[in-house]
Design a protein around this ligand. Structure first.
Ligand code: 0PR
Length: 366
């Protein structure tokens, strides 16, 4: 490192120059993150130095984490759900599989999950030495129920479903899977990292949360549709005893045991997540979700007027299209494993961006 430090002016000139290399969100259509809501930024700054890894030093911050979990538990129809704020969906999914594995007596445990799961499950299964049993999707890009049931055996320690798949924005048949999990006494984890802050604010959606008796745990990410600062995920479990296998002694901390995967944890982004929910309320969240869904719908209809067909009608704000060879320059879009164009209509993807994208792709088509 430098022997003599830079002046503040020189330092920030350098940092700002590098930041200019980053893409502007006005061209980003591929991300499941979005610039944080201003109240999240303000709250994050206020709690910037706090560490939830040693909660006895920051009891006020720790009480806000508890309140965040309580708010989300209530949203997911189980106000007494237990949980904590993770670094994101990956950590939440790893933790869910750890719980499931400790609960299982099998020496060669497997997890039954849809082919559409996020790649964080590959990491979790690799770390935990769990066999993955992928279940193909039906024609609607949802986990095939019969197939799922047929691959569950006595070594299955966990069943996983996704509420808002990363690539196609679909919700698996969670009420039916919940029945299977109850019937076979299998731990059932729902990955709602993306959909968890979308589905509760929509009308007439089938239950995907603790309302289904068989659902054991849920992952949901404030740093995606919760519009908090990065990093914030949350994991919630139905019953606090589920944490038992994960408890580790922490003799010299202000608390004697912890269940989290990481040690030092930011309080700032966690309070940021709570701030967004408190500030917007269900009314504000509904308005944002409605805007995202309207834009998703407008994009799909606009693309279809050019003859670009949707792959599937999404349940949440992720639109996918078939047989696209070229997209207009300077837009960050993504492509699914099957080669479909994928656009995520996050809160920053305003209507004017959709119209502009449609105009430009329309010109290519003309
Ligand atoms: N579960 C689901 C359903 C997800 O979609 C994701 C991430 C995760 C778990 C993992 O979450 P973390 O990344 O918070 O650990 N989905 C996006 C993806 O991998 C994340 C993302 C966000 C990617 C912004 C790109 C980007 O620009 O595609």
């Amino acid at each position: 490192m430098r022997e003599v430090g830079l002046s503040e002016e020189a330092l920030f000139t350098f940092l700002i120059e590098r930041k200019k290399e980053d893409l502007s969100h006005s061209r980003i259509l591929s991300s499941m993150c979005t610039p944080p809501h201003p109240v999240a930024v303000k709250a994050h700054e206020l709690f910037i130095e706090t560490n939830l890894g040693d909660p006895g030093l920051f009891p006020g911050t720790a009480s806000l984490e508890k309140l965040l979990i309580q708010r989300i538990g209530t949203l997911f129809h189980l106000p007494k759900a237990e949980g904590y704020a993770t670094s994101g969906g990956t950590e939440s999914n790893i933790q869910a599989l750890r719980i499931a594995r400790y609960r299982s007596k099998s020496e060669k445990p497997n997890v039954v999950l849809p082919e559409s799961v996020h790649f964080s499950f590959c990491k979790a299964c690799d770390m935990l030495n769990i066999e993955m049993r992928p279940v193909p999707l039906d024609k609607n890009y949802r986990m095939d129920l019969d197939f799922a049931e047929s691959v569950i055996n006595e070594d299955t320690c966990c069943l996983v479903a996704v509420a808002g798949t990363t690539e196609y924005g679909k919700v698996d048949p969670i009420p039916a899977l919940s029945e299977i999990a109850l019937d076979k006494d299998i731990f059932f984890h729902v990955d709602a990292a993306f959909g968890g802050f979308v589905l509760p604010f929509m009308n007439n959606i089938p239950p995907f949360d603790f309302k289904c008796e068989g659902v054991s745990s849920i992952a949901v990410d404030p740093h995606k549709m919760g519009m908090s600062t990065i990093p914030t995920g949350c994991i919630l479990v139905r019953d606090e005893n589920m944490w038992n296998g994960l408890k580790v002694d922490t003799p010299y901390l202000s608390v004697k045991q912890e269940v989290t995967l990481v040690g030092t944890r930011p309080g700032g982004s966690v309070v940021g997540a709570l701030a967004v929910l408190e500030y917007l309320g269900t009314k504000g969240m509904k308005a944002i979700v409605e805007g995202c869904m309207k834009n998703t719908d407008r994009l799909i209809r606009g693309m279809e007027t050019f003859g670009y067909k949707r792959v599937v009608t999404p349940d949440v704000n992720v639109a996918t299209f078939q047989d696209i060879e070229k997209v207009p320059d300077d837009w960050a879009v993504s492509w699914t494993r099957k080669g479909h164009l994928r656009i995520v209509c996050m809160p920053h993807v305003e209507n004017y961006m959709i119209e502009k994208f449609l105009d430009e792709i329309g010109e290519i088509n003309a």
